[in-house]
Design a protein around this ligand. Structure first.
Ligand code: UDP
Length: 377
């Protein structure tokens, strides 16, 4: 392939913005880079904006807390904007009581009405655990093996049914592996050493990444592979893989979420996130956005009830379901993808994976480095 002079990037979320930034800064002769996004804003699902009524910074597509164990990724995001320390201490509401999350010694003592110390709690939970399960093959078995029935039913069964819209037995064990169980009072939702929220929101990072004379951002523009692939030396695509191939093997399953906004004065719930674990409560959680920026003071407040449902044509895909039937279709898409040249697929939608922001950024940096290296040789 000749040296690229004209590049198209589809998607102005973190994947696209990181690649645009890396290529414009690191390629010896920076190419012309066009970034398109079908939405009318940059930042993808990480988009944040100030609410015009209250001035609260809103995470329009749901809460985003940056966390990583990779020092390089942490230094990278901090090179664009200032991050403020933020620890996500999620609470859970179940049967009219508030509990600590992720499941920790406090949760165990609360739920079982005990005052166990760490060693006692380990032995106690060990007795609750289902010893007949050797290799958990699904979400439910993973939970029963490591938490036992009571904790599972309280905090995971109803919530997971609501979030994923299916029986937890149908879900992979890996979804639960995202959450730890702790035998101390550490209620930090994440275990990563680097955590924070950008002082001016996530969109500001993306804006800075895209701020280069060679980068041209076009919003409200839909991508059509048939018109675009010949026009550019290379395309980086971060949209849905099934859409790229005209859904020829069928649609991949996603859950989507939607929000109901409520406004008020003062402090509605005293915390950024409260999960509602009862199956009978229709929403999965409530987030009150001013608590994501405790360094700002605001007399007004906004909170969002979050609901989960199947993705329909007009909905934004959020969580890849990755059921067996989905993975069979995805395999077929991957086979055609391997035969493509001049296009790189990256990010959550194009690779059909459940990815956090730090994974997306790390992967996009690797993709860009490889591309640059190929031309540096
Ligand atoms: N989960 C749950 N109860 C909770 C929180 C999480 O059952 O209170 C389950 C749910 O299935 C979720 C998974 O654990 O998809 C992983 O949780 P995480 O907080 O990482 O969820 P995310 O919102 O990122 O999917």
């Amino acid at each position: 392939m000749s040296y690229p002079s004209d590049i198209l990037i589809v998607g102005a979320g973190f994947s696209g913005a990181v690649v645009a930034h890396e290529l414009s800064v690191n390629l010896e002769n920076p190419p012309k880079i066009t970034v398109i996004d079908q939405r009318n804003h940059i930042g993808g699902n990480c988009h944040t904006e100030r609410d015009s009524k209250t001035d609260v910074m809103i995470h329009r597509y749901g809460p985003h807390i940056f966390h990583t164990d990779n020092e390089g990724t942490w230094n990278y995001v901090n090179s664009f904007v200032k991050f403020r320390p933020f620890v996500n201490r999620v609470k859970a509401k179940y049967q009219n009581q508030i509990y600590s999350l992720p499941v920790n010694l406090h949760t165990i003592n609360q739920l079982f009405g005990q005052s166990l110390n760490p060693e006692e709690a380990k032995r106690f939970i060990d007795l609750q655990a289902d010893r007949t399960i050797d290799e958990p093959s699904n979400f439910e078995e993973q939970a029963l093996k490591f938490l036992g029935e009571k904790l599972y039913k309280a905090f995971f069964f109803g919530y997971t049914k609501k979030q994923w819209g299916c029986d937890p037995k149908e879900l992979p064990a890996s979804i639960l592996k995202r959450l730890p169980i702790r035998f101390n009072y550490d209620d930090n939702y994440y275990s990563d050493p680097y955590q924070g929220i950008p002082e001016e929101g996530y969109t500001e990072i993306v804006r800075k990444m895209l701020d280069h004379p060679n980068v041209n951002v076009q919003l409200g523009v839909k991508f059509h592979p048939e018109n675009s692939n010949q026009k550019y030396d290379h395309v980086f695509y971060s949209g849905p893989i099934d859409e790229y191939f005209g859904y020829r093997f069928g649609k991949l399953g996603y859950r989507t979420v939607y929000f109901e906004r409520e406004d008020g004065e003062g402090d509605f719930q005293g915390n950024a996130v409260i999960n509602y674990c009862d199956e009978s409560v229709p929403w999965t959680r409530i987030h009150e956005h001013k608590h994501f920026m405790p360094w700002e003071k605001n007399d007004k407040t906004i909170w969002f009830k979050e609901f989960s449902k199947e993705t329909e044509d007009s909905d934004i895909p959020y969580y890849p379901k990755r059921l067996i039937s989905d993975m069979e279709k995805f395999q077929k898409y991957q086979e055609v993808l391997e035969k493509q040249s001049g296009v790189t697929f990256l990010g959550r939608l194009a690779t059909y994976r459940y990815m956090d922001m730090h994974h997306v950024i790390q992967e996009a940096r690797e993709v860009a480095s490889k591309f640059i290296y190929d031309f540096a040789r």
